[in-house]
Write a protein that binds this ligand. Structure first.
Ligand code: BYC
Length: 472
C-alpha cells in the first residue's frame, strides 16, 4: 500500500486507478491546478532545474528521492500514511468506536469546513511567497523556497483529494474555489487573515516558515488525531513534509542572527545596518509581527466551534494520546487568559471550550525552543541582547484581545500609547524599506548575501555551494 505509483498521471498510493470516476474528476481538476501554478506560483521559475525532494514512499525511512527536476515537471500526487488496523475514534462522544472510513453524515458540514480551511492555506502561502525568488540570498535558499512551494502545492492536492473522494459535488465545487480565492484579493481573499499578507522579503519568509508553518504543524497534528481516518492519514504524511519547512525557518532566522552577531563583534556596534547587516532590534520586530499574527490562527480563546469539533471526534488536541485524561473533558478545566479590569489574568474555564487556547499554548512553547537556540548564538558571541516572544495579547485581531491595545509585556495601554510606540515594536515603513534594500539576488553557486550566514551544511549530503538550481 505504501509505494507511490509514478506511472499514473496523478501519482498516488490510494489506488486511484481502481476508482475511475474519482480519477476522472481529479484529472479534470489537474489542468486548473497547473494553470494556477503557472499564473500564481513562483515567478520566473518555469525554466529552472531544481534539486528537489519528491515523495516516493510513505514509510518512515527512505520516503523521499532527491534529484534535479524541471520545476513545471514536478509531480504532485496524493499520498496517505499507511492505514492503522482497528484504529478507533480516540476522543469525544464517539470515543472507542471504530474510526470512520466514510464521512459521518451528521458531521459532514463541520468536516468539510475544517478541510476547506486547511486546504485554503496551502496555495495561499505559495501566492504570498511568489516573488521572493527574484531576491534570493543564495542558490541554497532559492532551492529551499521552491521545495517549500512545491510541497505546499502537494498539500493542496492532499485536501482536494479528500474533498473529491468523500464530499461529492459540493466537494468538487470547494476544490474549484481553492483556485479562485487568492491571497490578498479584495473580492475573493484567502479564508484566514495571516494568509492574505504578501511575504516580500526573506527575513519575513524565514519568520513565516518558522512561525506560520509551525501553526501548520499544530493544526495538522490536531487534525491527524481525527476520527475520520482518511483525514488523519493525510495529515500524518503532510507532517513528515512540514518538518523541513520549519527547519528552513529556524535555520534561516538563525543564520540571520548569526550574521548580525558577527557584524556586531567585528565593528563593535549594535548598529550593523551601516555594514549591510540586519540589526537585532529589527529581527525582534519581525518576530513580534509574525508571532502575533500567527497566534490569531488558533481562533478565539473560548470557542464552541472547537468544543464541537472535539466532541464530534473530528479535531483533537496536540498529541492527544499522550495526554493522561479521559479524552472527553466533560468535567475538566483549563486556564484561559481574560481581561480583568486593567490587567490580564488566567482563569479556569471548561476545557472543552478552551481547546483552541490549549493548542495555542502548546504552539507558544514550541516557538520558544527555537528562540532559545537563537539566543544561544548571541550569548556565545558575548552579545547582551535577548530575543523574546511578545505577550500573547500583543497585536491581536481575533479573540479576547482584539479590541484592546497591549504592549510587548502584556500591559494594557491606551490607543495613544499604542500609536506612539507601535513603530518601535512592529516593522515600520523605514524598517521594511531598509530590509528590502538588502534583498539583492545572489545566484552564483556558493555565494551569499551579506546579511545572512552560510548554512551549516548542504542538502542531502551535497555541499552548501552545490549548484542547487540551474537557470536555463
Ligand atoms: N481569521 O470559534 P472560533 C498551515 C472565525 S496553517 C479569520 O475561534 P474556530 C500552513 C472563525 O471562522 C494551519 N477568521 O473559530 C502554514 C469563526 O467564524 P464563524 C491551517 C477567523 O473555527 C503555512 C469565528 O471567527 N489549518 O497549514 O474554532 C504554510 C469564531 O472563531 C480566524 C487550520 O487552520 C482567523 N484567524 O477556530 C502553508 C485548521 N479565527 O463560525 C500552510 C482548520 C477564527 O463565527 N481550521 N475565525 O463564522 C480550524 O481548525 C479553525 O477553523 C480555526 C479557527 C482554528 C482556524
Amino acid at each position: 500500500m505504501s509505494k507511490i505509483d509514478y506511472s499514473q498521471k496523478i501519482p498516488n498510493n490510494v489506488d486511484l486507478f481502481d476508482d475511475r470516476r474519482l480519477q476522472r474528476a481529479l484529472e479534470n481538476w489537474q489542468p486548473a491546478y497547473l494553470d494556477w501554478w503557472n499564473e500564481l506560483g513562483p515567478v520566473e521559475s518555469h525554466d529552472y532545474e531544481v534539486f528537489l525532494r519528491t515523495a516516493i514512499d510513505v514509510s518512515a525511512k527512505g520516503w523521499a528521492h532527491f534529484d534535479m527536476v524541471r520545476m513545471p515537471d514536478y509531480r504532485w500526487g496524493i499520498f496517505l500514511a499507511d492505514k492503522e488496523e482497528d484504529r478507533k475514534v480516540n476522543f469525544g462522544v464517539h470515543k472507542g468506536e471504530a474510526a470512520w472510513q466514510e464521512v459521518p453524515g451528521e458531521y459532514r458540514a463541520e468536516l468539510r469546513r475544517l478541510i476547506v480551511t486547511q486546504g485554503d492555506t496551502e496555495p495561499a502561502s505559495v501566492e504570498q511567497q511568489r516573488a521572493l525568488g527574484r531576491t534570493c540570498p543564495s542558490l541554497y535558499d532559492l532551492r529551499s523556497l521552491f521545495q517549500v512551494n512545491v510541497e505546499e502545492g502537494r498539500h493542496l492536492w492532499a485536501m482536494v483529494y479528500l474533498l473529491h473522494a468523500y464530499f461529492g459535488r459540493d466537494g468538487r465545487e470547494e476544490a474549484e474555489e481553492m483556485l479562485q480565492r487568492h491571497s490578498g484579493d479584495v473580492d475573493k481573499p484567502r479564508i484566514l487573515e495571516a494568509f492574505n499578507i504578501p511575504t516580500t522579503d526573506w527575513l519575513s519568509f524565514f519568520c513565516f516558515t518558522y512561525f506560520q508553518d509551525r501553526d501548520g504543524k499544530f493544526q495538522l497534528s490536531a487534525l491527524a488525531e481525527s476520527g475520520f481516518d482518511p483525514l488523519s492519514r493525510t495529515c500524518n504524511f503532510m507532517l513528515t513534509e512540514e518538518a523541513h519547512h520549519m527547519f528552513v525557518g529556524e535555520t534561516g532566522v538563525g543564520r540571520v542572527v548569526q550574521r548580525s552577531a558577527e557584524l556586531v563583534k567585528e565593528h563593535d556596534t549594535m548598529d550593523v545596518a551601516q555594514y549591510g547587516g540586519i540589526p537585532l532590534v529589527l529581527i525582534q520586530k519581525w518576530m513580534n509581527f509574525h508571532f502575533s499574527v500567527c497566534l490569531d490562527l488558533f481562533g478565539q480563546e473560548k470557542s464552541t466551534n472547537a468544543a464541537n469539533f472535539y466532541n464530534m471526534g473530528l479535531k483533537g488536541r496536540f498529541q492527544e494520546m499522550k495526554i493522561d485524561d479521559d479524552h472527553q473533558l466533560d468535567n475538566d478545566v483549563y486556564k484561559v487568559p481574560e481581561i480583568n479590569g486593567s490587567g490580564i489574568i488566567r482563569t479556569d474555564t471548561f476545557a472543552l471550550t478552551a481547546i483552541n487556547e490549549r493548542l495555542r499554548d502548546d504552539y507558544r512553547d514550541d516557538c520558544q525552543r527555537g528562540v532559545d537556540r537563537w539566543n544561544k548564538t548571541l550569548t556565545g558571541a558575548g552579545i547582551d541582547f535577548t530575543l523574546t516572544l511578545p505577550h500573547q495579547a500583543f497585536h491581536r485581531n481575533i479573540g479576547t484581545f482584539a479590541d484592546i491595545n497591549v504592549d510587548l509585556e502584556g500591559n494594557i495601554i491606551s490607543p495613544e500609547e499604542w500609536d506612539v510606540n507601535v513603530g518601535n515594536w512592529l516593522p515600520n515603513d523605514e524598517d521594511r524599506a531598509f530590509v528590502e534594500s538588502l534583498m539583492v539576488p545572489v545566484t552564483e553557486p556558493g555565494k551569499l548575501a551579506g546579511w545572512i550566514a552560510a548554512p551549516a551544511r548542504g542538502i542531502q549530503g551535497k555541499d552548501p555551494d552545490f549548484e542547487y538550481i540551474k537557470f536555463h
